[in-house]
Design a protein around this ligand. Sequence first.
Ligand SMILES: [Zn+2]
Length: 111
Amino acid sequence: MKKIIMYSSPSCPHCHSAKDFLKKEGIPFIDKNVQNPEIQKEYQTLGVQGVPTFLIDGEVIVGFNPTQLLSKLDFILPKCPSCGKKMIVPKGKGKIRVSCPSCKTKFEMQC
Ligand SMILES: [Zn+2]
């Protein structure tokens, strides 16, 4: 699964929207505050400007665009038809059988 790093600033409203989105979707990410001098140094090596900046498996994406962000992931987050919990399923496997980790309901889906 790809690792998602988000460089953000606490004073940036777009960063807050992005964080809310990722949390709501259940997408795991590492939040790095660029106001921290160590993180700032790391961020500068990316050679970009502006937050939020995402680093997804080495690919740098500046700005928050939910559609673009989701398209970069190698997994999808379907909801269980029975209990409504989201789960992480790898993308591009075709039709698969999924078993919900929380209620054990099995269902088929295209991914
Ligand atoms: Zn379930």
